[in-house]
Write a protein that binds this ligand. Structure first.
Ligand code: GLN
Length: 265
């Protein structure tokens, strides 16, 4: 059977810091290596609702505050309703840093300016002021075992067969607070995470993931890319077995970073 997937890349020109476009390249290649026809749909300022609706996977990268404000002005009430419907329907999505912040009620900048969010997920973000250090550096998280990314039949291991630990890089001034911490994507092992205080990192809701992990996250954690692809195929075609790929190199890269942070993965 010929599978096709359309990946919606929200605001590629504005929301794309720290190499986040690398996540799109990974999703594209891991589909192509499996002969899945994949189209990357750029959803730039002024994109049409119908373009968003047609996507099987959603991706939105991080950004500086200025770009976040521009995007906030472009996101109409219709688009917000539609994105919420897609999230609720289980469309897999990956929202990095500024994009993650955008899913919440608001992001308050260092000078107190509030950038309205979409209020799709129950969280808010506040920058504590320019006198506070940004949350920057390599980060390792342990994915919370309640998420389907983690093979609950096996103990949390570092084996590449289960997504248990993710490595990445974070750089944000905003501190994010979840209304329900049990929805956090993972627990911070090394680094800061949502706010450098409550040991939570990111959020997961249905098949949408908000996270501060740049890196980009997917080249460093290929199983997460396969999770998004698998969810999209299953939603579109029913149960589909994803052909395994050789991730030796990717897993070696993960181990090097983890070792540098004093953690064996
Ligand atoms: N501008 C936001 C902050 O500083 C998001 C940064 C990012 O996307 N890397 O928190």
């Amino acid at each position: 059977m010929n599978y096709t997937l359309k990946i919606g890349w929200l605001y590629p020109d504005l929301m794309n810091t720290y190499g986040d476009r690398g996540n799109i390249l990974v999703l594209q290649k891991r589909c192509q290596w499996r002969n899945i026809d994949v189209e990357i749909k750029h959803l730039d300022v002024g994109f049409l609702d119908t373009e968003l609706k047609a996507c099987d996977i959603l991706f939105m990268g991080g950004a500086q505050d200025t770009q976040q404000m521009i995007v906030s002005h472009d996101f109409s009430a219709n688009k917000t309703t539609l994105l919420k419907e897609l999230v609720e329907a289980g469309t897999p999505g990956l929202f990095i840093c500024g994009a993650y912040q955008f899913l919440g009620q608001y992001y308050k900048e260092a000078d107190g300016t509030k950038i309205p969010g979409l209020s799709i997920l129950d969280l808010y973000t506040e920058h504590p002021g320019n006198n506070r250090k940004r949350l920057i550096g390599n980060i390792i998280i342990k994915v919370n075992s309640q998420w389907s990314l983690v093979d609950r039949n096996k103990p949390i291991t570092n084996k590449p067969s289960t997504i248990s630990y993710l490595v990445g890089f974070e750089n944000h001034g905003g501190m994010t607070y979840l209304a329900d911490k049990s929805l956090s994507f993972g627990k911070v092992i090394k680094g800061f995470g949502n706010n450098g205080r409550d040991e939570t990192e990111g959020i997961m809701y249905k098949n949408s993931i908000g996270t501060y992990l740049h890196g980009p996250i997917l080249p460093k954690n290929p199983k997460l890319a396969d999770f998004l692809i698998q969810k999209a195929l299953t939603k579109k075609y029913g149960k589909v077995k994803l052909e395994k790929l050789d991730d030796t190199l990717e897993n070696k890269a993960r181990s090097v970073i983890a070792k540098r942070l004093g953690t064996a993965l």
